[in-house]
Design a protein around this ligand. Structure first.
Ligand SMILES: *Cc1c(COP(=O)(O)O)cnc(C)c1O
Length: 362
């Protein structure tokens, strides 16, 4: 077991004991008033996190389930996939698995797809949806979702929907689904919201719901129209993960107390501390460097290039710290620090002190 304050995997992230305690509450019946009241509170607070006045649907499933909801209900035939790493690629493969044709725009590792390329693709047209990743957890890169949103609306009107994977972004960085006119913003409980895994979230636009009504293969479990129907009465179509909802209720109240602005600032500060450390370590000849280019750093994960990633992870584990490995195709050449959720600058600094020793003793 890893001690508190030492678990820096980019999801699941560490969960505070107070939040874990909420999981121990006795069950309530999900069709009773008590659950309705809980869901009223949760819906309002999730709305603030996602920047929407519409309901945010809560699914029992991992983030992938909400991504699939976005694809199945929001795409018709041909999808433009903006890919900044492994998670963006997964979104594209998922669309293909659901029978859609996919055109990929793939960035160099650590880079972003130039916005001009996105624009040109949209001008050529023929797409009914665009997929993009807000914080690409595989590479530690933050995409420019707001600008992509503006382009999609300018060039695609109401016929092209923008589907955003915000799994490691929601709760770490501003998302304004309504103002940016995003059609689906999906996330999960175990990243920057610092809850146990098991819940997924989907904020969808009216445009998205209208599109869903025209599609016949929505299935059952991920049919957004059923979620829409039940959201009206603050319920879910099927039995929800009651215990996780208790934890969500507690955590969202605490996030409101901290304020989202302070939470975002704390995430930026943790990123700043990590990126500054890696730059110093690189200058000191310790054989590490940042994967993401300057100005593109994710607020929740820092991805570090090193040929000795495996040894570094092992060295940190021996010191009682768990960091994250790299993701394909960077599995052997990078490792990642997940600094999201309820982690603190002080905690990150303590971890970096240990990482410094490990690097020097390689
Ligand atoms: C973690 C993550 C996912 C996958 O989420 P699961 O909960 O494992 O299904 C998808 N996209 C991004 C950006 C992620 O960070």
């Amino acid at each position: 077991m890893i001690d508190k304050g030492r678990f820096f995997v980019p999801g699941p992230t560490e969960v505070r004991p107070e939040v874990l305690d909420a999981l121990r509450r006795p069950m309530i019946f999900h069709r009773h008033k008590e659950m309705e009241e809980l869901m009223r509170r949760v819906t309002a607070r999730l709305g603030a996190v996602f920047g929407t006045r519409r309901p945010v649907h809560v699914l029992t499933g991992s983030g992938t389930s909400a991504m699939e909801l976005a694809i199945r209900n929001g795409t018709k035939r041909r999808v433009l996939a903006v890919i900044h790493g492994d998670f963006g690629e997964r979104f594209a493969r998922m669309a293909e698995a659901c029978g859609r044709e996919v055109v990929r725009l793939t960035a160099e590792p650590g880079g972003v797809v130039p916005l001009e390329q996105v624009r040109q693709a949209l001008v050529r047209g023929g797409f009914d949806a665009v997929t993009a990743t807000h914080s690409e957890t595989a590479t530690g890169v933050l995409g420019d979702i707001k600008v992509i949103g503006e382009m999609v609306r300018e060039l695609g009107g109401d016929d092209v929907l923008l589907l955003v994977d915000a799994v490691s972004a929601a709760g770490a960085t501003p998302i304004d689904a309504d103002a940016w006119e995003l059609d689906a913003v999906v996330s999960a409980s175990q990243k920057a919201l610092a809850l146990p895994p098991g819940l997924a979230f989907a904020a969808v636009s009216e445009r998205f719901v209208a599109r869903a009504r025209t599609l016949r293969d929505r299935g059952v479990y991920l049919d957004v129209l059923r979620y829409e129907e039940f959201a009206g009465k603050f319920q879910s179509p099927t039995t929800p993960a009651v215990s996780l909802l208790f934890a969500l209720d507690k955590q969202l109240a605490d996030i409101e107390q901290e304020t989202l602005a302070a939470r975002f600032a704390r995430h930026l500060a943790m990123t700043a501390v990590c990126t500054a450390f890696v730059s110093r370590a690189e200058a000191a000849g310790l054989g590490v460097s940042l994967l993401a280019g300057p100005g593109r750093y994710s607020p929740s994960v820092t991805c570090i290039r090193s040929d000795r990633s495996g040894e570094i992870l092992k060295g940190m584990r021996e010191q009682g710290y768990e960091l994250g490995g790299g993701q394909p195709p960077l599995a052997k050449t990078t490792f990642r620090i997940g600094h999201m959720g309820d982690h603190t600058v002080t905690g990150v600094e303590a971890m970096l002190g240990v990482l410094d020793r490990v690097l020097r003793n390689l």
